[in-house]
Design a protein around this ligand. Structure first.
Ligand code: NAD
Ligand code: WQD
Length: 340
């Protein structure tokens, strides 16, 4: 079976994807510097799959360590590249760290892929590249809007670098996956999201509030031009998202890809408002969730959801898990982490 290198494989989306890869029969090599994850995630992966994947703790920006790993584990068929920093607000404070880790990290990876004859890459991009789109739902042909943060800029730059590298050398094929808003945790509650400090993202803030760690949720804005006034997003279950990576991998490895670089939106195709999500959480879990309406968060877009047609047609993938089940998985994970 094919051997897949997963950078950032102990992180939130990476760990769920590793589980799906192992369950689909792939050999997995994980590299991660643990800057935003913990080695115990390996135990969760092993408990779910019965397989403890190979793990090398290293920074992908460290050329020597990375090359040594590729020498130790030769004949890699493809890379799934999750390793990056992802906090939008922090990227404004620490822009050079973000450019070094996300942009230089990718350049290093592509250089070593070429040197070691690794011909395929799947890259974690984001719906953030679309900004506030002119037309909804958003399909992949929508123009990218100027980035509103260094983080968003790194995703655009990385997409461009992959395009350019493919055109220059024609020895790498790439799939760019633009995730919408990944949420939830594995149904086993053995792996999930581990935000450090106060969560920026909505669902971890909700589950921590329900667990009593935060006093109340602030809903950022109820004066948007949406049916209930709160902002709309496309919340995609992390396990459904992980399965899309397996589909994209099968496509690359079997040579079914129709271009050297392909781009896919990964969302549900459904927009959900913040208030709808809060209500669904309460109903799905039976937990009360204290919340108050506050002003808009600066830099937020009003409404964004995906047109999934291309992923459906070309990858044979759709998100199937209902939102209440997804939110229950997030809550079960929070309870497990807190020992509740
Ligand atoms: P995460 O922080 O949980 O996982 C990233 C992993 O990469 C972490 O385990 C971290 O320790 C590791 N890492 C970071 N820099 C590294 C380096 N230089 N060398 C080795 N390991 C390194 O994040 P995630 O939510 O799983 O996101 C994965 C990818 O998906 C990222 O590229 C992110 O930008 C992208 N993405 C995430 C979201 C989201 O909302 N979570 C949305 C769109 C795109
Ligand atoms: C969702 C909605 C908030 C917290 C971010 C990145 C994006 C992508 C996904 C990586 C918004 C509202 C939130 C809270 C709230 N990541 N909210 N109270 O901002 O859509 O996207 O994650 O690529 O690049 O920007 O996700 O979860 O932060 O917010 O009302 O305490 O919830 O205003 O409308 P966002 P989010």
């Amino acid at each position: 079976m094919a051997k897949i290198l997963v950078t950032g494989g102990l992180g939130y989306i990476g760990s769920h994807t590793v589980v799906e890869l192992i369950q689909s029969g792939y050999d997995v090599v994980i590299v991660d510097n643990l800057s935003n994850s913990e080695q115990t995630v390996l135990d969760g992966i092993e408990a779910i799959t019965g397989v403890r994947p190979v793990f090398e703790q290293l920074d992908i920006c460290d050329e020597k360590a990375f090359q040594a790993c590729l020498t130790k584990y030769p004949h890699i068929d493809a890379v799934i590249h999750f390793a990056a920093y992802k906090a939008v607000g922090e990227s404004v404070e620490k822009s050079l760290d973000y450019y070094r880790n996300n942009v230089f990290g990718l350049i290093q990876l592509l250089t070593l892929m070429r040197k070691n004859n690794i011909p395929n890459i799947i890259f974690s991009s984001s719906c953030t590249v679309y900004g506030q789109p002119d037309k909804l739902p958003i399909d992949e042909s929508a123009p990218r809007k100027p980035a509103t943060s260094p983080y968003g800029n790194t995703k655009q730059m990385c997409e461009d670098i992959i395009h350019d590298a493919v055109v220059s050398y024609h020895d790498i094929k790439a799939v760019l996956l633009r995730y919408f808003n990944p949420i939830g945790a594995h149904p086993s509650a053995k792996i999930g999201e581990l935000p450090k400090g106060v969560p920026n993202n909505l669902v971890p803030f909700i589950t921590q509030t329900a667990a009593g760690i935060r006093k109340e949720l602030s809903v950022f804005g109820d004066d948007y031009n949406t049916p209930d006034g709160s902002a709309i997003r496309d919340y995609i279950y992390v396990v459904d998202l992980a399965k899309a990576h397996v589909k994209a991998m099968q496509r690359l490895l079997s040579g079914e890809n129709k271009a050297e670089v392909e781009v896919f939106n990964l969302g549900t195709g459904q927009g959900v408002s913040v208030l709808e999500l809060v209500k669904t959480f309460m109903k799905a879990t039976g937990m009360n969730l204290p919340y108050k309406i506050v002003g808009r968060r600066s830099g937020d877009t009003e409404q964004v959801w995906a047109d999934n047609t291309r992923a459906e047609k070309e990858l044979g993938w759709t998100a199937t898990t209902p939102l209440d089940e997804v939110l229950r998985s997030a809550w079960n994970w929070e309870k497990q982490v807190r020992g509740l």
